[in-house]
Design a protein around this ligand. Structure first.
Ligand code: ZN
Length: 452
């Protein structure tokens, strides 16, 4: 009989959670999110109603390493109309129509002048693309390629963008769940995309559900939850939390987890960290098929967290990963693209990951300076030269069990206080049950001790 873990969500709780997701999606979807401004602030305040966390405002102009917090951007209205006052493109209908961080405009342009400010997707003619211009003062409109025919090349157009830039702040959310250990995992997401459901509403909804679930548990590890604008938010967090970071072991970037496509997981920059091993085990435990995406420099905030100074291994579980689905960064990534049941399936994967992290067995060698001398402890043949991993016939060598020798050596080499038994098993191919048995033997003769 399969063990029922206290991390499993019961069917009743699942339907409550699905309802909660369905209540969150429609009001959050149309907010004009950006890396700053009232849409971002309202999004975080809406999430705060599910469970509490701290809201932090980081003022414009604050230096964060090589970056500076930009001015806060807010929009009242934005449209292009013909000279008869007929609106052709209107931000009120879809905020993706306006290039995010566009500067104010109230001018008449010929179509030729206007052209370079217009963005369409000829390959997806009925979709509005998502475009931003955060760090270069510029403006533009995005719309369906099909709507380009509404413009006449010989006519002039009135462009109105009622947008303000002020000395404000970027808004972030944080919460620490303190476990028994100071060792901490980061659970991060971003909240800066307007009117797109998988990227990134699914991530921020999963973030709040995970925070709510973890807040009511007693955990071994500590977990630091972070939400804010992508890139600049992660950079701001890292620049302000140097003290906390010494206890951080790794983390997760929650992103694109609500589609109907296959589950995926983007590896940490190391590829074989504790987190990688736990993610693989969790998919296997739940019998869920998944695609492995090797670490690459495109992606999300892992680029900041894993940068040379910090080197925090960060992974992402995805369901319809960013870049991989055609609707990505377009108006097609709408509320019909995600389902609450998919978001809950992703939540279950993350809960299994946390359960496996919490239960992972980690040992440390008490003789980490070079190999301990095994022969004097009766664990290795005293006759040298006989051990050839490729040429051994039979299961024993001078009366010693070859499998046991290999198991002991694998354990003593990899037990550095950070690698779990599961990870050692994945690295060496030695079954975990055999590793576990050998740990008992090595603990008895004081060569190994458990670190948790
Ligand atoms: Zn994105």
């Amino acid at each position: 009989m399969a063990m029922i873990s206290d991390w499993d969500i019961g069917i009743k709780a699942q339907s409550v959670l699905e309802k909660q997701v369905n209540m969150l999606l429609p009001p959050l979807f149309p907010l004009n999110r950006s890396i700053s401004g009232s849409g971002l602030r309202k999004t975080l305040n809406t999430l705060k109603k599910i469970t509490d966390f701290d809201i932090i405002e980081i003022p414009s102009g604050t230096k964060c390493f090589d970056w500076t917090i930009p001015e806060e951007w807010n929009v009242k209205e934005a449209y292009i109309e013909d000279l008869k006052g007929e609106k052709i493109i209107d931000f009120k209908k879809n905020n993706l129509h306006l290039v995010n961080y566009s500067t104010a405009q109230d001018n008449i342009y010929t179509f030729d002048q206007l052209k370079k400010h217009l963005h369409t997707l000829p390959n997806m003619p009925d979709a509005i693309p998502y475009r931003t211009s955060y760090y270069q003062k510029s403006w533009g409109f995005c719309f369906a390629y099909d709507d380009l025919k509404k413009f006449k090349k010989t006519q002039k157009y009135h462009v109105k963008i009622d947008a303000s830039f002020r000395n404000g702040s970027i808004t972030m959310g944080e919460k620490k769940i303190c476990g028994k250990s100071k060792k901490t995992f980061l659970i991060t997401t971003y909240a800066c995309h307007p009117s797109m459901a998988n990227d990134n509403l699914s991530g921020l909804i999963l973030w709040i559900l995970l925070l709510k679930t973890l807040s009511s548990r007693k955990t071994h590890y500590s977990y630091k939850f972070i939400i804010g604008p992508e890139t600049i938010g992660a950079i701001a967090f890292l620049s302000k939390n140097k003290k906390l970071l010494k206890d951080v072991i790794g983390g997760f970037v929650l992103a694109t987890l609500g589609g109907s496509g296959k589950f995926g997981y983007k590896q940490t920059y190391l590829g074989d960290h504790l987190i990688d091993s736990v993610i693989k085990k969790s998919f296997k435990d739940l019998n869920v098929d998944f695609i492995t995406y090797p670490f690459d420099l495109n992606g999300s905030d892992e680029r900041q967290y894993s940068s040379p100074f910090f080197r925090i291994p960060m992974a992402s579980v995805t369901k319809d990963k960013y870049y991989e689905y055609p609707a990505y960064h377009t108006s097609k990534d709408d509320l019909s693209f995600v389902k609450s049941s998919h978001i809950i399936s992703s939540l279950k994967i993350y809960l299994k990951i946390i359960e496996n992290l919490e239960n992972s067995k980690i040992y440390i060698s008490t003789q980490p300076k070079c190999e301990p001398m095994l022969s004097k402890r009766g664990l290795y043949p005293k006759i040298g030269g006989s051990f050839n991993p490729k040429g051994i016939k039979g299961n024993t060598i001078y009366g010693y069990d070859v499998k046991e020798i290999n198991t002991i050596r694998a354990l003593l080499f990899w037990s550095d206080g950070e690698s779990s038994l599961e990870q050692i098993s994945q690295k060496t191919g030695v079954p975990i049950t055999r590793l576990f048995e050998a740990t008992k033997k090595l603990e008895n003769i004081n060569l190994l001790k458990e670190v948790k």
